[in-house]
Design a protein around this ligand. Sequence first.
Ligand code: SF4
Ligand code: SF4
Length: 497
Amino acid sequence: MAENPYFVWILSLVNFGIICMAGLFTYESIREQERRASKIGAVLLCFHLLLGLVILSWPASRIPLAWFFGIALAIQGLFLIPWKRGSRSLKRAAGYLAGDGSQFEPMDERATMFARNRSLLPDTPQYEEYYRMHPEHKEYDERRRAKGGPLGRPGIIDSCYKPNVSMLVSSFELPNMLGRGARVNPGAAQARSSYASKESATAAKIDPAKATKIVKSWAKHLGADLVGICKVDPRWAYTHRGEIHYGEWDEWGKKIPEPLPYAVVIATEMDHSMVMTAPHTPSVIESGYNYAKGAYITTILAHWFGAMGYRAVAEHNRHYDMLMVPLAIDAGLGELGRQGYLIADKFGPRVRIFAVQTDMPLIPDKPIDLGAEKFCEACKKCAESCPSKSIPIERQKRVYRGIERWKLNEQSCFEYWGKVGTDCCICMAVCPFSRPYRSIHKLVRFILRRSELARILFPYIDNFLYGKRWKPRKEPDWVEYPKGQPSAEAVSSQGLG
Ligand code: SF4
Ligand code: SF4
């Protein structure tokens, strides 16, 4: 039987499509310094180029190849079938509560690792009071405090390379300066600003839909990459103040005021090439820079609410009244991941989260389902790469303080920060959801949002393509640090090696 003259062109066209995809995948992988994925992409590319020649020069191969392409396309089509979605994030952060939620215990800021490490000073009444309440923390905290603040000796993994450590230190100066202005009352600007009207600070009448549009656009204009709004669930507020940044010691142990009814939650994207150097200093520079950005954006937003005649509280690195991850889930920014970070839309865990509480009526967003919960069950990449083994590797979650989740061992994680002198970031860098939001990765995220089958199988495909082991990537040249072992002084003072 004579062959249809279009047959060869259809086959060649399908093969050409695969060549383009393989080429794009290889290009992106080289750009992302993913060596294993680049090699696999290159092999696939060569194979299909060769297949193109076979199709054109060997007619007998065309029927079997048509079957091969047909079956492959049919399998890919299975990933496009939408399934019923069951992620707990769709019930907002309350969806992660175990049972009827009655076991839930709110969080006391005094008990956080940061507050214990930097706000409990030996020989002070606060120190005595805290360890009377929690003697179980004393031994660990004293040992860890002896190694320094949250980052131990900053940048020690890179021999405390001064330009990099100074970038980190300078970034944290901004939240330090802005923390005092986090709580804003109506008309606060009227008392200070020569630009504000001196009339009474009555709340401006504004339609909630209009206000929502303005505040979201303003936040994005200021530099936020994601913005969502939620009604504030008071369960996510800290109970008592524990972090002291400005010597306001009479605040320590005080009850945190009732939260305001709404929150604007923002996320800023951390630069991929900086994060991929984890646990080296460029990754912590990027954390510091984003904390500065978050403090800047939330302070301006909070003062905008104040100038409009409403109350507001900026939530950033030097002032937290609330837990950011549940607030972000409620505002439709993402889901909870295995390592305890937010897996945000578009950027995965490669974000920092901030918020502004306010009593200006706004329109809340709906929660979202990215497929992260199911994906995390099989993936485990963060748990396998964590140098301090702080992330649970089991498939099943456990109940902790009434929340069903994978519970990070904060003490061993914090211990590791003290060893390397950075905030590590490996679990953020290694996460497949952290890959840059472009081309092939965008397509993968699109499919994951819709297909249950993709959530089950993609973790295995990701492991095959990218491997499981973490290896820091080459840093951008402007943050290049001296290579080799940390200095002898650094090693002896921190117990490295
Ligand atoms: S690395 Fe894998 S298991 Fe860990 S948070 Fe990311 S997707 Fe989940
Ligand atoms: S930050 Fe580092 S040490 Fe801490 S959990 Fe993540 S990978 Fe582990």
